[in-house]
Design a protein around this ligand. Structure first.
Ligand code: PGA
Length: 252
């Protein structure tokens, strides 16, 4: 059985005080939600405070990115060791906003994934096609390229520690969600890629989350699909009420 994961990606939102206040309110919600794992990804500045507020609870704290070296002359970057030191257990890697705003490549995603695993973090690796790629029929190929490039050189045992997030770029922050059927189809493609590369057992165990304009009123339909194992949520994860509804999605 794959335990669903409901993850909030706060992007560049919330001060330290706002993050702590939110986490304190979500701790009892996560404690009562036995059906899923709850992950919150605050900005770097709030990670340590959020982790303190979440200590001993069922709320896991994630970074939104990391750099692959342990330390060094890399102005503005944050290492996996530092992220663990701040109290994180997860790290989002290869989010489309990193890929598009910062030109992040599959090769860099791969280095980040390996560094995250080496530091004991659970990577949440994001993949997804743009609107132009979807409209030209290229979705399957894009997913294959990102999947294989990002996961190059990993063993089945490494892969079993990773969470995948399918996030079609055209659905992120646009209010335009993939239909449950469209999302399920891409999840199926990804699980088949996992099967071919890492074998049945690992492929059947990997959690594949959907992300892109997930809201309390559409999460139920998405989660009802076999093969959708949770959600990575941006905008709707910023308010306690809405994130609570997502954790307790219809059918949970
Ligand atoms: P959104 O963002 O829910 O605001 O569309 C999702 C994400 O980027 O992870």
């Amino acid at each position: 059985m794959r335990k669903p994961v409901i993850a909030g990606n706060w992007k560049m939102y919330k001060t330290i005080a706002e993050a702590m206040d939110f986490i304190e309110k979500i701790v009892p919600v996560a404690a009562a939600a036995r059906h899923c794992e709850v992950v919150v990804a605050p900005p770097f500045t709030a990670l340590a405070a959020a982790a303190l507020a979440a200590k001993g609870s069922k709320v896991a704290i994630s970074a939104q990115d990391l750099y692959w070296d342990k330390e060094g002359a890399h102005t503005g970057d944050v290492s996996p060791t530092m992220i663990v030191d701040a109290g994180c257990t997860h790290a989002i890697i290869g989010h489309s906003e990193r890929r598009h705003d910062h030109g992040e490549t599959d090769e860099q995603v791969n280095r980040k994934l390996k560094a995250a695993l080496a530091a004991g973090l659970t990577p949440i690796m994001c993949v997804g096609e743009t609107l132009a790629q979807r409209e030209s029929g290229g979705t399957g190929q894009v997913l294959k390229t990102q999947f294989e490039g990002g996961l190059a050189g990993l063993t089945p045992s490494d892969f079993s520690r990773i969470i995948i997030a399918y996030e079609p770029v055209w659905a992120i922050g646009t209010g335009r969600t993939a239909t449950p059927e469209m999302a399920a189809e891409s999840h199926h493609v990804l699980r088949d890629l996992a099967r071919a590369k890492f074998g049945d057992k690992v492929a059947d165990g990997v959690r594949i989350l959907y992300g892109g304009s997930v809201k309390p009123d559409n999460i139920g339909g998405l989660m009802a699909q076999v093969g959708i194992d949770g959600a990575l949520v941006g905008g709707a994860s910023l308010k306690v009420d809405s994130f609570t509804s997502l954790i307790n999605y219809p059918g949970a």
